[in-house]
Ligand binder design. Structure first.
Ligand SMILES: C[S@@+](CC[C@H](N)C(=O)[O-])C[C@H]1O[C@@H](n2cnc3c(N)ncnc32)[C@H](O)[C@@H]1O
Length: 215
């Protein structure tokens, strides 16, 4: 991700997704996969900014009924092919997260993996929509980079205001029960874009069953 071009995200990402290779690989994100024991075997899932589909395809393979969206139609086209190749069905859409018709109390799982395209105001809206779209008891799995990632060249925006701290995530997701919130460093091997040591944060949280829907 570069420092500029956030204003024309679709064009920038379509250009990146133009080749045949999968930028972030075919395997699901490791943090998402590590949450397997917590994932339901059935129900509805949403993959936010799903790119080339590695995470939505994996969730569909696990028996979930998956919706996924991304702003880049070239990414979604590759995601459709990946799902076809794996013989699973995913309901893909090309959409900007700010334009999506987010349903309320709908999803048993929401996966938001490396969605740090969002600047602070967009992040506020995006995270609020995610919380609202989770069904009571639904699970949020989120992975991102911490500010320490600026020392590495293994992916992510080179802009500190797009990166996550544990304190920021606790505040954004105060309405959820946090099951795990971890900052760590690990070697990423996700396609050509996420390769090498990285400073990561992982959050897994559950929507309270008694949480009233926000109007
Ligand atoms: C770092 S990639 C991560 C892709 C995928 N989540 C994964 O982990 O493989 C970020 C994705 O965000 C998408 N994106 C950027 N701005 C967006 C927006 N405003 N709404 C929806 N998707 C967006 C890009 O097209 C890209 O696919």
């Amino acid at each position: 991700m570069t420092n500029t071009s956030f204003s024309d995200a679709a064009a920038m990402w379509n250009q990146r997704y133009a080749g045949d290779s999968l930028l972030f690989g075919e395997a699901p994100n490791d943090y998402l996969r590590a949450q397997r024991p917590r994932l339901p075997r059935a129900g509805r899932a949403l993959c936010v900014a799903d790119g080339e589909g590695r995470n939505s395809v994996w969730l569909a393979q696990r028996g979930l009924s998956v919706d996924a969206f991304d702003i880049a139609d070239a990414g979604v086209a590759k995601a459709r092919k990946l799902a076809q190749r794996h013989g699973v069905s995913v309901n893909f859409a090309v959409a900007d997260c700010d334009a999506l018709a987010w349903p309320e109390n709908a999803y048993d799982v929401i996966a938001a993996i490396f969605v740090q395209f969002a600047d602070p105001p967009m992040r506020e809206r995006l995270f609020a929509n995610m919380v609202r779209a989770l069904a009571p008891g639904g699970l949020l799995v989120l992975q991102g980079y911490t500010p320490k990632q600026l020392q590495y060249r293994s992916g992510g925006p080179q802009r500190v205001d797009h990166l996550y701290t544990e304190a920021m995530l606790r505040e954004h997701f105060a309405a959820l029960d946090i099951l795990e919130l971890v900052s760590y460093e690990a070697e990423l091997r996700e396609g050509t874009q996420h390769t090498g040591m990285a400073a990561l944060v992982g959050l897994t949280a559950r929507k309270r069953r008694d949480q009233p829907a926000r109007r």
